[in-house]
Structures are given as C-alpha cells and as structure tokens.
Write a protein that binds this ligand. Structure first.
Ligand SMILES: Cc1cc2nc3c(=O)[nH]c(=O)nc-3n(C[C@H](O)[C@H](O)[C@H](O)COP(=O)(O)OP(=O)(O)OC[C@H]3O[C@@H](n4cnc5c(N)ncnc54)[C@H](O)[C@@H]3O)c2cc1C
Length: 205
C-alpha cells in the first residue's frame, strides 16, 4: 500500500478566514486559542463549508479490493485511475503470506489470529493466462478479466479536507478492512501535519 501526498491547498488559517468572511473579517496569523475554538465550533455544528476550501491530492497504489471499497466515498472527492483497457504492462499483486482468520462476528471481517499460506501459484497462473491472451492478440480490456482482486491499481485522489476526514473516520476504524485502514492512516498522517487544528476537530479520534 502506497499513499503519497502530491499536493495540497490551504491551511487552518484559510479555513478560519473562510468562516470569518461572514463578518467581513480576515486574520493574517493563526491564533491558537481563538482560531482553534472557532474551528472546533464549526466542526461540532456541522458547518462544513469552510473545510471545503482546503484540499489535498494523493497518489495511491493499492490492490483492487481496497480501491473498490474506497471509491464508494464520492462527495467532495475526485478519482482518476489507471485503466487496463489501455495499459498492458506487467501486473503486480498484493501477496500477503500471513492470512487473518475469519472472526466469530461476521461484521468484524477478520480476527487477530493468522495462518501462513502462499497464493503465489494462483498469481502465477493468472498472470500466465493474461499474458497468453495478450500474445494471442486479445484486447487488454477483455484479457484483464482473468486478473484477480489482489492486483495492484493506482489512482489520483483529490478532495476537500472535510471529505477526506469522513473517509478516515470510516476507514481508520477497527471494523474497516485492515488493508483499507492502512490507506486511511496514510491519508491521516499528512492531513494531521498540514491542518492540525481542523483535522483534530473533524476526526473522530
Ligand atoms: C466498515 C464499512 C463497511 C461497508 N460495507 C459496505 C457493503 O457491504 N456494501 C456497500 O455497498 N457499501 C459498504 N460500505 C460503503 C458505505 O455504504 C458508503 O458507501 C461509504 O462508506 C461511503 O460513505 P460516505 O458517507 O463517505 O459517502 P459519500 O457518497 O461520499 O457521501 C457523503 C455524505 O453525503 C450524504 N449523501 C451522499 N449521497 C447521498 C444521497 N444519495 N442522499 C442523501 N445523502 C447523501 C451522506 O450524508 C453521506 O455520508 C461500507 C463502508 C464501511 C466503512
């Protein structure tokens, strides 16, 4: 799982200034006490729009099953992903060797207990089929059907601070899939550094 911050716009100060425009006021410097108080007030009362003026862009590389979960977050976010209709370069797979056992509570997804298991032969077989089909001249958009959910994909993900906070509030929780949590924490880390007061106010934990 790779999460790289590509770009960002705004700061805690630009967020409070967006809110203060209601009173035609602007601060040149972030005041820890009063500005943090305003940010906490905005977050607590769901005044989300000032948090929409700050944004981040990430480049993320993760398996398809993780991307499939994350793409469900739509509001305030924009997603552009590599397409295997157009790309037929070598396929990379996420290949854990430790496998979490099923949890007693189905909603939990998995338990802490693990077993060792290798799926390298399954990956090898899928890759060989894919490459054989390409060698036969079959279109990449059809040949890709044989590739498993463990295949890595990559995408640019841009969005407002508010939207990414919602992603992290849902996906950094223990009931989210571990691999998806890893992406969530990869977003949480730079966001906390860039927007400390706002991120602290918007995040559940
Ligand atoms: C642990 C976990 C398990 C999940 N399991 C499943 C599953 O089994 N199957 C599945 O399909 N999805 C599943 N999801 C995805 C989930 O249902 C949401 O689609 C996903 O979490 C995105 O939520 P969001 O609030 O960021 O959505 P966004 O689409 O980004 O929406 C943001 C907010 O806008 C509002 N909103 C969005 N669309 C509407 C609308 N049409 N009408 C009114 N208000 C709207 C809502 O308040 C919403 O919270 C799961 C999510 C989690 C965290």
């Amino acid at each position: 799982m790779e999460v790289e911050l590509i770009d960002h716009m705004g700061s805690d100060l630009s967020i409070v200034n967006a809110a203060r425009v209601s009173f035609a006021k602007v601060h040149k410097k972030f005041d820890e006490k009063s500005d943090t108080g305003l940010i906490n007030y905005l977050a607590k009362h769901n005044h989300w729009s000032p948090f929409g003026h700050a944004s981040m862009q990430f480049h993320i590389k993760a398996p398809v099953f993780v991307a499939r979960q994350l793409v469900k977050h739509q509001v305030g976010l924009t997603w552009n992903e590599v397409s295997r209709r157009y790309v037929d370069t070598e396929v990379e797979f996420y290949e854990p060797t430790e496998w979490r056992l099923a949890a007693e509570n189905k909603k939990q997804g998995s338990s802490e207990e693990t077993v060792k298991y290798s799926i390298s032969s399954a990956h090898k077989f899928a890759k060989e089929c894919y490459e054989n089909m390409l060698n036969m001249g079959i279109a990449p958009e059809m040949a890709r059907m044989v590739l498993p959910q463990s295949m890595y994909t990559e995408w640019y993900w841009s969005g407002t601070l508010y939207a990414f906070a919602r992603v992290c509030n849902l996906r950094c929780k223990p009931d989210a899939q571990k691999e998806t949590q890893n992406v969530g924490w990869g977003i949480d880390k730079p966001a906390r550094k860039l927007f400390p007061a706002s991120w602290n106010a918007l995040r559940d934990a």
